[in-house]
Ligand binder design. Structure first.
Ligand code: K8G
Length: 462
């Protein structure tokens, strides 16, 4: 059905935080209205009269992508930033070749197993520009029946030519951090043109922090610029008050899991959880570490999903990693999003947050491309003197004090709120739903043949 394209302003009214989920085909339309967007909505003329755009991602179906732009924008300059190498790179070039307006830029990936995971759009209009940071690949399936997250910036106006270019940044240093992230790609003419374009725009209305990762062994002043240490730095300065949140759980939700080490103390419950538990460093003593709750689909969540077992092709958790880290299962909760009509829309979104035990308040919230892995968030090396990151990632962090001047904390979606607090649209249900005794985390490389999925099929990976 061709949903009525409501102009961006309507979206903003309903989503003052600019945080959307992608539209899902096959759920009641009510759940695809104001807080949901499709890729055609993002690229539509109601968002602005497009001059050129850039698409950062991991997976691209280029002919499909071109079709998602309105007809009148399909020949505008389009820069594609990817991490493909060897045969994948050749295929990408073959698919892009017939579009003279498309330029390809390969992000350098010198570190083994690193991926260009970041998912971001730059949209330059005749009256300003927007930045979109999201979690979906540029392929049909990622925008069809999955739960994905999208942050769409306000329209950033162009600075007047006589205005001092040092103007135009936000209280969260959004533009500075975005330029620093782009700088890590090295010298590419087209990316450098986009950096200049960004410098010419006023991004003072951006109310989120950028949490990015770039491949490297980051030391000294760079150590706190990326991954979980960037989050630690931002929370030290702008995070919740330690006494308020001391027993609030940390929640991580993701669509893939790396090799986390033989026990929680290797990384998960030590350096990673320490960063996510960081509170404003106003000299108080170190607090006990909060409970960690993780959300990752169990086999039944995948089997019953709209896509059925094939949803699991986008949940690449391997038996090789799983068998080495059985302790990981003790943290797990099911994917459940009844409040958003998306319990059967398999998650490809990645979100991390800290909320009160009664699920009334939220201390901070991240939507990001980063899965639960050392490759994405980084791991200490050399006695904590450096942070080793393998992949490019990017996400946005919402902190109440930067969004609602008069509010210390957001209220959590679906809870009857005192009138003065803003509801944060959580993508999944609280309270969390534990795994049953027989539930197992989804593993993508083993067979499931005892029960057919929602499409009547079994799962027999080769
Ligand atoms: O969709 C992606 O961009 C992606 C690519 C690779 C892996 N991986 O190798 O685990 C995970 C994801 C994910 O986002 O889940």
């Amino acid at each position: 059905t061709s949903e009525k394209m409501s102009p961006y302003e309507n979206y903003i009214e309903a989503a003052p935080l600019n945080f959307f989920l992608t539209k899902v085909f096959g759920i009641p339309n009510h759940y695809n209205s104001s807080l949901a967007v499709g890729i055609k909505d993002i690229l539509s003329a109601s968002m602005g009269n497009l001059i050129s755009s850039a698409q950062f991602n991991y997976m691209f179906d280029i002919p499909w992508l071109v079709q998602q732009y309105p007809e009148q924008f399909r020949s505008k300059p389009l820069l594609i930033i990817h991490g493909s190498q060897r045969a994948d790179k050749t295929t990408l070039h073959e698919n892009a070749h017939r579009y003279p307006n498309i330029t390809l830029c390969q992000a350098k990936l010198d570190i083994m197993y690193g991926t260009h995971h970041s998912k971001m759009m730059f949209l330059l209009y005749d009256n300003g520009m927007r930045v979109v940071i999201h979690t979906a690949n540029i392929i049909h399936n990622d925008w069809y029946q999955k739960t994905q997250g999208v942050w769409i910036s306000p329209l950033f106006p162009k600075l007047a030519s006589d205005q001092d270019l040092s103007q135009g940044d936000s209280v969260t240093q959004f533009r500075k951090d975005l330029l620093e992230y782009l700088g890590a790609y090295g010298t590419n003419k087209h990316l450098q043109e986009w950096q200049e374009t960004i410098r010419q725009h006023d991004m003072s209305s951006a109310k989120v922090f950028i949490i990015g990762s770039v491949p490297g062994r980051h030391t000294g002043a760079s150590k706190m610029k990326w991954g979980h240490l960037k989050l630690r730095k931002v929370l030290q300065e702008h995070g919740p008050d330690g006494s308020t949140v001391k027993d609030w759980p940390v929640i991580g939700q993701f669509s893939s899991v790396g090799s986390l080490g033989s026990g929680p103390e290797n990384w998960l419950s030590s350096e990673w959880l320490e960063s996510l538990s960081t509170v404003q460093a106003n000299g108080i003593v170190k607090l006990s570490k909060p409970k960690l709750n993780l959300i990752f689909p169990c086999v039944e969540n995948v089997r019953r999903s709209l896509e059925g077992y094939p949803a699991g092709a986008s949940l690449p958790y391997s038996i090789k990693n799983a068998r080495k880290q059985q302790y990981f299962n003790t943290f797990l909760h099911q994917w459940r999003a009844f409040s958003r009509g998306r319990s059967r829309a398999s998650p490809h979104i990645k979100t991390y947050t800290r909320i009160s035990p009664d699920a009334q308040y939220l201390a901070w919230f991240i939507v990001t491309s980063a899965n639960l892995s050392k490759a994405a968030w980084g791991a200490y090396e050399k006695n904590n003197s450096q942070l080793f990151i393998r992949s490019y990632e990017i996400g946005v962090l919402f902190v109440p004090s930067k969004v609602e001047e008069n509010l210390k904390l957001f209220n959590v979606q679906g809870v009857d709120s005192s009138k003065d607090s803003m509801l944060f649209p959580l993508p999944w249900d609280v309270p969390l739903t534990s795994y049953t005794q027989t539930d197992r985390p989804w593993l993508w490389d083993i067979a499931y043949t005892d029960k057919p999925d929602s499409q009547g099929n079994m799962w027999c990976p080769s």
